[in-house]
Write a new protein. Structure first.
Length: 496
């Protein structure tokens, strides 16, 4: 009897071992704090490697970066806690693998979703095809607010690079797929990132402690704006900043996405926040400031460099990435200064003077187009660019003179005023040479004194009018040359 019992136990144990060997491997779990919530991540061989706390802007946000190992894949999570208690969470999976995430809202007993993707107009060829976030998810308890979440789609891409030697590189992401794998329940949100070898999967969400929109009309207007003005919004936030559709760049790819400095500026969001004070637009404004700040800080630089090569600039001037586009940097400096003033963040307010100092440094090393008197700051800076290939667009030169005046008013330091006066002197000495034979105004002046291009007529006219006001403050009276250019431009447009 004992022998029979022993044999029976042996069969049971053996069967149990066989079943265990054939079962799916146990997934490892890592918990990531998201405010008062927890994001539970699950993947095979998942383990936390390190937790980082990069320098941010303490008065506006703080970042915590989690680096995880998932066997054949690496996982990066950035949790950005805003000063109002809301959290942006950006997730990235690099390599062959899959990770599941669950954010639980245990107090909730119901939810509803406001779809942000219905009736999206057909995109023009070459336009950004990424969709707005999946929508606004509200969790409730007895019909009372608990949390709101804005959730993005999942973006799968692969990295493409072009090498130029001496460490110069142009890098972008080729979008492979955009999906929505989120699963919703009455008290949780589940998501999944999956990528193959050599691929990357990314997703983001915003978890809000209070309603994001004060008025339903504001929400509906934003849904429409996102759908119709895709070039003005960012749908693909990553741990390194937003990715935007690129054209005329290398390496060449059908769906090229990269860090477009001009669209890292959320100009529409800050305008709507100043006007309506909705929490969502405040969050987008802080997110954009954080992305711009992190972009520069992570590269240990004092300016924002373009990291994707423009084929047009390469052909005309021999410039490859990385290089400094003065137009983007001037806009960023103004934008961050505006946020700093609006939100009482002195680190951002100080960008106006720090960028002006950088501009003065470029002037001191001759990165200008000389005039009979004074100079025009060049549109780009690259150590590769030869002086004989430098050029300066009229609108940008006037914008930088205006920025230098703003830095002078902010600090009282005369070095900024003197530089602005030199740009005004250049315009005065060049005079009516800026006017084309047809009455329109040339767009750009080159090192050899020749002119090219016409630019955007209405945009340039508006800019000239705006700069005339700033220059009146500088000289005590309007610039006669600038007035002449404005009048000629107006006559040209009226004759069309």
């Amino acid at each position: 009897m004992k022998k029979v019992l022993f044999l029976l136990l042996s069969v049971i144990i053996t069967a149990g071992c066989a079943a265990s060997e054939g079962a799916e491997p146990e997934k490892d779990k890592v918990n990531i704090p998201v405010g008062s919530r927890t994001l539970r991540l699950e993947a095979e061989e998942l383990r936390l490697e390190k937790e980082l706390h990069p320098e941010g802007i303490a008065s506006l946000y703080k970042d915590t970066v989690y680096k995880l190992d998932a066997g054949a894949a690496d996982v990066t999570i950035t949790v950005r806690e805003l000063n109002n208690g809301d959290e942006f969470v950006m997730l990235r999976l690099d390599g062959n693998g899959k990770v599941k995430g669950t954010l639980s809202i245990p107090e909730a007993d119901d939810y509803y979703l406001v779809d942000w993707t219905k009736n999206i107009p057909e995109r023009e060829p070459g336009a950004d095809t990424t969709k707005p976030p999946v929508g606004l998810l509200r969790f409730t308890q007895n019909h009372q607010f608990v949390n709101e979440i804005v959730l993005s789609h999942t973006f799968v891409s692969k990295t493409l690079t072009e090498l130029y030697g001496r460490g110069r590189i142009s890098a972008l992401q080729e979008l492979i797929a955009e999906t929505n794998r989120a699963e919703l329940s009455k008290n949780s949100l589940s998501l999944e990132l999956a990528a193959g070898r050599g691929q990357r999967a990314e997703q983001w969400f915003l978890a809000a402690e209070k309603p994001l929109f004060d008025d339903t009309d504001h929400l509906n207007e934003w849904i429409t704006f996102q759908q119709e003005q895709e070039a003005e919004v960012n749908n693909w936030f990553t741990v390194d900043g937003p990715l935007k559709k690129l054209a005329g760049v290398e390496p060449v790819a059908q769906n090229s996405y990269g860090y477009e400095l001009s669209t890292m500026i959320e100009s529409e969001a800050i305008s709507r926040f100043i006007k309506n004070k909705d929490r969502y637009f405040y969050n987008l404004t802080v997110q954009s400031a954080a992305n711009l700040w992190t972009y520069r800080q992570s590269r240990n630089d004092v300016v924002w460099k373009t990291e994707v090569t423009s084929t047009a600039l390469k052909s005309k001037y021999g410039i490859t990435a990385p290089y400094v586009d003065m137009r983007d940097n001037e806009r960023i400096a103004r934008y961050l200064h505006q946020i700093g003033e609006e939100l009482s963040a002195p680190e951002l307010s100080g960008v106006l003077a720090s960028y002006s100092d950088y501009l003065l440094n470029l002037i001191s090393i001759g990165n200008v187009v000389p005039a009979e008197k004074g100079y025009y700051p060049a549109d780009y800076y690259s150590s590769q660019q030869k002086k004989a290939m430098l050029s300066s667009s009229l609108d940008q030169a006037l914008s930088e003179a205006s920025l230098l005046l703003a830095a002078y008013r902010e600090t009282g330091e005369k070095k900024y005023l003197e530089a602005a006066q030199n740009i005004r002197a250049a315009l005065k000495s060049t005079g009516e040479k800026w006017i084309r034979p047809n009455g329109n105004v040339w767009h750009r002046i080159h090192w050899d004194g020749t002119f090219t291009g016409e630019g955007d007529d209405l945009k340039v006219l508006q800019s000239l009018r705006h700069r005339a006001k700033s220059w009146k403050e500088l000289g005590g009276s309007p610039s006669p040359v600038l007035q002449k250019l404005i009048e000629s431009k107006e006559q040209y447009l009226n004759s069309k």
